[in-house]
Write a protein that binds this ligand. Structure first.
Ligand SMILES: Nc1ncnc2c1ncn2[C@@H]1O[C@H](COP(=O)(O)OP(=O)(O)O)[C@@H](O)[C@H]1O
Ligand SMILES: [Mg+2]
Length: 597
């Protein structure tokens, strides 16, 4: 973990080049060795052609067949040694890749993950989870590919080109000028077109990401597909995105074909020039047969290498396009961050104050406007109201899952916005409306509330949440895996695991958001007793699904359209003949109606 930037650190690199530098920095030495190996392999082609020239020229010069061996001995020996150097340099690159590749990939995934996970609640509500994880993988894979597979070829090509130019100069400057002019135009064309290629690769990557996002959305809603027999509809729904992806791919490929045609033709022109000049100079006796072999050999070798390199540049552009696309979607600003001077929350009584709080999701009409309420430390407060009146939002604001627009929220006189988020969330145990579980064992899921809890403590918490009974009946008991988000459990079972988890957490403030809504009334009343136990000595907010669970609360806050319209105990509120009374009387079998009657 040394040398790692904290997600909230403003210095966290957010462009591809700074990310690359950041991730490569610890391996600077090995990267330089890799660059040297790539350069050595580029030199191989140049040295090879020059040795060939020397061998041919020596053969041409030696008068008798007896002297051949001594005439070509050194160039022949170096010819072989040169090949071995080439072999070793590529193996060197392979060795360096083996050494650092997995570390870099792991580091990219780990740090990108911890950055992304620090995004605000809203980010995850607005982005599909499959798309997010896909983008992390795309970033890691393409950064890895650019570094390990593509760059060595580009470095090798560059060295080969420079070496070839120098060799040609020493044969006859005309070859140098001819080749340099060709190379200049070749790269100029490639460079002029590269911006467009990056753009095309970028939009193609975007369309790929759209397809994978839709696939994830469909797969995660597979239950709906079955319930509504919509498999045909779902497969046609994705057609539009697939069509866009196909078009983007074809646009990109068509552009590449045109570019390669131009590049290929320029190469034909260059070879024609070389051939013509060689023949003319040979006629004048100005070049040797060895020069002939050298110039043609280099032109072909460099020509092919540049072909390959431009393909690698295309791949690099593709990879850069994909990385940029991922970076754009992952590295948005984190949203809610700890302030630089944030201090940990220090709980004394557990008092919560909303002081003139105004809050809206997006720019729409405010949900809460100048809302003020004080919840005394250690008190048990029920929140009731029709669905959509803002109860869950009220709880989420205490946890600072969203930042408020105006006013202050204080816990024990400390402003929620200026304390660290970790300390705040450690102090609050929340059982959300629809708890989700990890696809891990039940023990791990319960232990999430307190990572160093013993197995006995986990079982004790499960007993208090009345989860032990059903867990014991599972074939694998506490080791059972519960499926994605806990899908293999019933809603009520999931809620009981969430209660057990919160019990273990044992935080001084407890928020139950319809925590028992999916339980039958018998189990609910059993759990109610445990919940009373758990709430002892804590500030507790209970968002109720059944008003009967609130009878013994110290106080009940009645919400209507983001306002607290009534405030008092059950008996006081019943006397008021207001909304609470309406709700109480409207309860059928103890349940709240969903909307005004
Ligand atoms: N993430 C969100 N983005 C935009 N609007 C939201 C979001 N969450 C809730 N809302 C809206 O805010 C209002 C209050 O929601 P909520 O607090 O969940 O109500 P309750 O828990 O009382 O049923 C609703 O109109 C709901 O549609
Ligand atoms: Mg709610």
């Amino acid at each position: 973990m040394v040398n790692e930037l904290h997600p909230s650190d403003k210095k966290f690199p957010k462009t591809l080049s700074s990310l690359m530098l950041y991730f490569l920095k610890p391996y600077t030495f090995l990267i330089w060795v890799g660059i040297l190996c790539s350069m050595a392999s580029g030199l191989y082609g140049v040295v090879n052609s020059n040795l060939l020239k020397l061998i041919i020229d020596s053969l041409e010069r030696v008068p008798s067949s007896n002297n051949i061996a001594s005439a070509v001995f050194w160039p022949a020996l170096f010819f072989i040694i040169n090949f071995e150097i080439h072999n070793l340099s590529w193996r060197g690159i392979g060795y360096i890749n083996k050494k650092i590749q997995p570390y870099i990939k792991n580091k990219v995934i780990r740090e990108t993950f911890s950055y992304v996970i620090s995004h605000s609640h809203q980010f995850f509500q607005e982005n599909l989870s499959g798309k997010i994880s896909n983008n992390i993988n795309i970033l890691a894979n393409n950064m890895e590919e650019s570094i390990h597979d593509i760059s060595p070829h580009i470095i090798r090509g560059a060295v080969l080109l420079i070496g070839a130019l120098i060799s040609m100069y020493f044969v006859r400057p005309i070859f140098f000028y001819g080749f340099a002019v060709w190379a200049f135009f070749f790269f100029l064309i490639s460079w002029l077109f590269s911006k467009k290629i990056v753009r095309l690769a970028d939009t193609y990557a975007e369309s790929e990401s759209l397809v994978s996002g839709q696939l994830v959305d469909s797969v995660s809603n597979s239950q709906n597909i079955r319930l509504f027999s919509r498999s045909a509809y779902e497969s046609s729904y994705i057609l539009k995105a697939l069509e866009i992806m196909k078009n983007k791919f074809q646009q990109k490929q068509w552009f590449l074909i045109k570019l390669h045609l131009i590049q290929g033709f320029s190469q034909t022109l260059m070879l024609s020039f070389m051939m013509y000049t060689l023949i003319r100079l040979r006629t004048l006796g100005l070049v040797t047969i060895g020069d002939f072999a050298l110039i043609l050999g280099l032109s072909i070798e460099v020509g092919f290498t540049i072909w390959y390199v431009t393909e690698q540049i295309d791949n690099l552009n593709n990879a850069v396009g994909k990385c940029n696309q991922s970076i754009r979607s992952l590295f948005k600003s984190v949203g809610i961050q700890d302030q630089p001077n944030a201090t940990p929350l220090h709980i004394t009584k557990g008092e919560i104050i909303f002081d003139n709080v105004t809050f809206h999701y997006r720019e729409a009409i405010p949900l809460f406007q100048n809302l003020s309420v004080t919840i005394e430390g250690g008190s048990k407060v029920g929140l009731v109201g029709y669905s959509g009146c803002g109860k869950t939002t009220f709880a989420n604001l205490i946890l600072r899952l969203f930042d408020i627009n105006e006013g202050k929220i204080l816990i024990d006189k400390q402003i929620v916005k200026v304390i660290t988020q970790d300390s705040l969330r450690n102090a609050v145990g929340m059982i959300p409306q629809d708890p989700s579980l990890y696809h891990r064992s039940l023990t791990d899921n319960i232990r999430y509330g307190c990572l160093d809890a013993t197995d006995e403590a986990v079982i004790e918490a499960a007993k208090r949440a009345h989860a032990h009974e059903f867990i014991s009946k599972l074939p694998e008991g506490y080791d059972s895996l519960v499926g994605e988000r806990g899908i293999k459990l019933s809603g009520g079972q999931r809620q009981r695991i969430a209660i057990a988890r919160a019990t273990l957490k044992n935080a001084p403030i407890l928020i139950l958001d319809e925590a028992t809504s999916q339980l039958d009334s018998v189990t609910e009343s059993l759990i109610q007793e445990s919940l009373w136990e758990i709430m002892k000595g804590k500030t507790s907010l209970v968002i109720a699904h059944r008003l009967s669970t609130l009878l013994h609360m110290d106080r009940i806050l009645v919400f209507e359209n983001g306002k607290i319209v009534e405030d008092g105990t059950h008996h006081e509120l019943l006397k008021k003949e207001g909304l609470y009374k309406t709700l109480w009387e409207a309860q059928v079998g103890g349940f709240l109606p969903n909307k005004p009657l």
